[in-house]
Design a binder for this molecule. Structure first.
Ligand SMILES: C[S@@+](CC[C@H](N)C(=O)[O-])C[C@H]1O[C@@H](n2cnc3c(N)ncnc32)[C@H](O)[C@@H]1O
Length: 233
């Protein structure tokens, strides 16, 4: 007899993280293990990437991930976009503490879609933990298509939804223990709002981006990566 396990349905959370205490807790949280792995995985997936590039970071938050990419790729400059003024304030402070990064990371305030992104296209498009915030995930893939050109490198890291509320609660306990209540709550809600790898593959197919690959990289993360082969129509 085949046993079919029903997957928990997605429950959306608010898109923007505008709360003061929410942004503060997020900016101070310890994301070392996940965030330090992204630039390493990026180098592994794209060994022949350009040494100099203009990168777009969608939903940059306090820029911990942007800063790690900037330090690992000294020839890159970044346009980092977020719709939360509180998050961008923490980003500005974090960038100012890093020598030379204020010149290489330009912050852009704005809601996606519609944010005033200054260039028509980018060499690299990044995002981390942004997809699961979107009520309509097509917004991310349309934005990728809009700002890509032939050869653009795409690297999107995100949470993946566990099969049940109980497993989401277990992850929240395991990975946000010791963090403020607001962060533990947000992490739990983010796990419920995240997509499964199969759902992301369907989104990519619908968006005409099925040349990109989806890979599970940890018990709670996935990554979407690849190069854009066709310029947007
Ligand atoms: C969980 S944080 C991730 C921040 C950062 N990329 C990281 O990995 O640490 C998600 C960020 O996306 C922003 N965000 C969510 N939806 C957005 C939208 N539609 N437009 C602009 N920013 C958005 C939130 O304000 C928040 O700062």
């Amino acid at each position: 007899m085949q046993v079919v396990v029903a997957m928990m349905k997605r429950i959306v959370e608010p898109e923007l993280m505008t709360g003061e205490s929410q942004a503060l807790a997020y900016a101070r949280a310890d994301f070392e293990s996940a965030h330090s792995s992204y630039p390493k995985l990026f180098s592994k997936k794209f060994p022949r990437r350009p040494r100099r590039a203009l990168a777009l970071d969608l939903g940059c938050g306090p820029c911990d991930v942007t800063i790690r990419f900037a330090n690992a790729n000294p020839g890159y400059t970044f346009h980092a976009v977020d719709g939360s003024a509180a998050m961008l304030r923490y980003a500005r402070t974090a960038i100012a503490l890093q020598r030379g990064l204020s010149r290489r990371i330009k912050l852009i305030a704005g809601f996606i879609p519609g944010a005033p992104i200054p260039r028509r296209s980018y060499d690299v498009i990044l995002s981390s933990s942004f997809l699961h915030h979107l009520h309509d995930p097509a917004v991310l893939w349309e934005t990728v298509r809009q700002y890509a050109k032939r050869g653009t490198i795409v690297f999107i890291a995100d949470l993946r939804r566990p099969p049940s509320r109980a497993s989401a609660r277990a992850f929240a306990q395991k990975y946000s223990r010791g963090e403020p209540e607001v962060l533990r709550r947000d992490f739990f809600n983010s796990l419920l709002a995240a997509f499964t790898p199969a759902e992301v593959r369907r989104q990519l197919k619908k968006a005409g981006l099925d040349g990109l690959q989806v890979e599970t990289i940890s018990d709670r993360h996935l990554v979407v990566f690849g190069r854009i082969s066709q310029p947007p129509a």
